[in-house]
Design a protein around this ligand. Structure first.
Ligand SMILES: O=C(O)CCC(=O)C(=O)O
Ligand SMILES: [Fe+2]
Length: 183
């Protein structure tokens, strides 16, 4: 059965720092209003988009590489493109940042083509409490490893959530891979 797949060292801690610096240099938006789309209040986080950050090409190159490896070894999906910018999210304890259960395949021409989701843990696990990425491939829930730089991949139709952050700040990078409909 296809479940989830984690590549523990997709990015080094120094590279995570560089990604966070890039995200900090890009405009920050509240996730409640995502590029003009409301998300029905199920998410409390701030987002920035790496395509709005200068000098982020190396991040995209690495993401492509990691996805290719994971898709070859585990998923074997027909993937064609990255139609959306990678996004960096910040979930802070000050407003119990979280993202309720959802699937990433959404309404809208682009979100409907999402096939694979990849989340990279950008924060040191000791820097926050709560904020677990939980994925539900079946009745048994999987909690994604929290090691800094780890990339967890799963099919975009799978339900997942981020539990409320109760202390500190968790930051993550999410990118989707697109392709023709599953068949
Ligand atoms: O931040 C995470 O760990 C998950 C983010 C997510 O599910 C999404 O952006 O769709
Ligand atoms: Fe998601």
């Amino acid at each position: 059965m296809i479940a989830t797949h984690t590549i523990p060292d997709a990015f080094s801690p120094a590279e995570c720092d560089r990604i966070l610096a890039l995200a900090d240099a890009a405009p920050l938006r509240d996730a409640g209003l995502v590029r003009g789309q409301h998300d029905h209040g199920q998410r409390r986080a701030e987002l920035s988009w790496l395509d709005e950050a200068e000098g982020s090409e190396w991040v995209m190159d690495r993401l492509v590489d990691v996805v290719r490896r994971a898709n070859r070894s585990v998923f074997d999906f027909e993937l064609t493109d990255f139609a959306e910018s990678p996004q960096v999210a910040r979930y802070g304890a000050e407003r119990a940042g979280h993202f309720d259960w959802h699937a990433d395949i959404g309404e809208g021409a682009v979100a409907a083509r999402r096939k694979l989701t990849m989340v990279v843990q950008l924060s040191e696990p000791a820097d926050y409490a709560g904020g677990g990425l939980e994925i539900m491939p079946s009745a048994a829930i999987i909690t994604a490893p929290t090691q800094r730089g780890a990339a967890t991949l799963f099919p975009s139709f799978m339900l997942h959530r981020v539990t409320p952050v109760t202390e500190g700040v968790r930051r993550s990078l999410t990118v989707w891979v697109h392709g023709p409909a599953f068949r």
